[in-house]
Design a protein around this ligand. Sequence first.
Ligand code: ADE
Ligand code: ZN
Length: 346
Amino acid sequence: MKSVKPVAPDRLSELLRRMPKAELHIHIEGSLEPELIFALARRNGVALPCASVEELRSAYAFTNLQSFLDIYYAGASVLLKEQDFYDMARAYFVKTAEDNVVHTELFFDPQTHTARGVSMETVVKGLHRACVDAKAELGVSASLIMCFLRHLPEEDAFETLEQAMPFCDLIVGVGLDSGEVGNPPEKFARVFARCRALGLHRVAHAGEEGPPGYIWTALDVLKVERIDHGVQSAKDPALMQRLARDRIPLTVCPLSNLKLCVFPDLARHNLGELLDAGLVATVNSDDPAYFGGYMNDNFTQTFAALGLNAQHAYTLARNSFEASFVDESAKRLHLDRLNECFETFR
Ligand code: ADE
Ligand code: ZN
């Protein structure tokens, strides 16, 4: 790894903001800000349980993952038309471009929408059109990762995959999200094997709240290429060695972990420990509209809380490109721009 010039503490947040980076763990439904939820509810004639944006925001006090998911799925109920999916993704792209995110891989949860009678075509076409425009108008490249909801049966995931088959070339991979504890990765062994045979990339949430054993089975049974969250790996030294040896990226989401009480405060987050152990950790926003921050908020707040430095910043940004599903030539270009940013930063 390149060695980076030290940067004065009062200049570090500027470097964090300015450096080009990739975001690999963002649920696009989790970027739906309360203002947009209300605008879409009005446009679509959907009744909401809250009277105002302020009332909705005040409900965003979570005690664990499930307490968040209940509110998150309710928020997604305003999404009905292709244009709604476009508008949601567009709003995210505008924000993330301001944070110098130059590449992003978006999770989406089709089952949240198909269960309400919204077609897979509506969801995928709206999101894909926003990805195309983000590249052309904002310079942000983007691809889509379709997530299966793990609290539902594997048969439902198979049905979802079937519905997605006509749009397979618009999806770079599949993921696994929703309530983790009690829904281990191996529940989805067959559908992930099918996705692998189809040539789709594979990722899974594991070790967010769940035990290190779920990370082992995500790797060994689902054959995932990245672990989403993975912060519980620090409890298992053999797993840490495996993740470091095989350079399995972790898409860590510090503000999410804070808001969902995975860590009692940011100063107790284990991102520094994961990096020191040689793991390919990255920083991501998860559900920024719900957790109080987009990419640069995650970087600046976590660096301040943990006392991380410019070398950590470089490693995290570099990891984000290396862990992405872009081709080798695009990776090289991103890394060249990253190096240039660090070499010219004063
Ligand atoms: N869906 C949206 N955000 C999630 C998270 N942090 N964990 C699991 N499923 C999710
Ligand atoms: Zn997530």
